[in-house]
Design a protein. Structure first.
Length: 327
């Protein structure tokens, strides 16, 4: 028997419940992982709330989570890339990481190098691969690029600041509270502004002498207007979350009138859709960690049975850095 965390209805952190379930043998193409660290991400909060239509259509009980690391315990038919005892990690669908033991598609896993611990992997995989998608794939940053990153003191934001600095970009961070400014500055942002306190769109236009080339925005409704207004002509707004709510409806003509802007709403899974894409992105991420380009942030470890508290911490907006559940 192994424990897993389920929800039987959408709602607040209190809907997270622990049950025990018998282990099952891995199916063809799967590996069974004894999970040692499980990443907690805002995507999980959205899932718990019922913010995503596809999840609302899924049967209950539902197990959340997209990211974990652990040790391979068994191999399904046809699996040749891994061996029992290998340390592996994943950061993708299918949903269901909030488990002590899990069967998972081998093609969606990566082998962990000795230099990356299980807890660091669970803390950095989804966030690090998301940053790789943002700065290397969606909008390929080059030296001198002016880039704005919202939630700059969070898990993705901290890694984005480090990676942008290494790429030679001019990175400006926006945070939700004054006490998050030091963490964002430590991540390498040239300037950091506080949403709701500073006129950050005006300051971005001033510092960049006309506007940023790209804005990376996981906030959504609260920052939509400001993100558009701080872009230079032909600038690109990259939306990859909606922690404050969905962006309001808008006319595509507005992008023309603001200076031929472009907007994309991206999902991490679409940029690591094949095993080849996933492996290539992971290798670049691990190389950046090994070289010191990125510093794996020390995760806040929360006991598995306190998943509700982990969600409360994340939802409060008062945390910096990643949270992992430790079975």
């Amino acid at each position: 028997m192994a424990r897993e965390i389920v929800i039987n209805r959408f709602g607040g952190p209190e809907v997270l419940q622990i049950i025990s379930k018998a282990d099952a043998a891995p199916g063809a193409g799967e590996i069974r992982i004894r999970q040692t660290a499980i990443g907690v991400n805002f995507t999980d909060v959205h899932g718990r709330r019922g913010d995503y239509a596809p999840l609302r259509a899924m049967p209950m009980p539902l197990v959340l989570g997209l990211e974990a690391a652990g040790v391979v315990e068994a191999l399904g038919e046809g699996v040749e890339r891994f061996r029992i005892g290998d340390r592996v990690a994943y950061a993708s669908a299918p949903l269901g990481a909030y488990r002590e033991v899990r069967n998972f598609p081998a093609a969606r896993c990566v082998l962990l190098p000795a230099s990356v611990s299980d807890r660091d992997a669970a803390a950095v995989m989804l966030k690090g691969l998301t940053v790789h998608m943002l700065v290397r794939r969606v909008f390929r940053v080059v030296p001198g690029t002016w880039a704005v990153v919202h939630s700059a003191a969070g898990g993705v934001g901290t890694l984005a600041g480090e990676w942008l600095r290494a790429l030679g970009a001019h990175a400006i961070g926006v945070v939700g509270a004054q006490d998050k400014v030091p963490a964002a500055r430590a991540a390498g942002y040239e300037a950091v502004f506080v949403r709701g306190h500073d006129d950050w769109p005006a300051r971005v236009r001033e510092l960049s002498a006309g506007g940023a080339a790209v804005v990376y925005d996981p906030v959504g409704r609260e920052t939509w207007e400001g993100s558009l207004s701080c872009l230079a002509p032909r600038g690109h707004l990259v939306c990859y979350g909606n922690s404050s709510g969905l962006v309001p409806p808008f006319s595509v003509n507005e992008l023309r009138d603001r200076g031929s802007l472009s907007v994309s709403w991206v999902r991490f899974g679409d940029y690591t859709g094949t095993a080849t894409e996933l492996q290539a992105a992971a290798q670049e991420l691990f190389a950046a960690l090994a070289a010191g380009t990125l510093a794996a942030p020390a995760p806040r470890c929360v006991p598995f049975e306190q998943a509700a508290e982990a969600h409360r911490l994340l939802e409060s907006g008062r945390t910096t850095g990643p949270i992992v559940l430790v079975p």
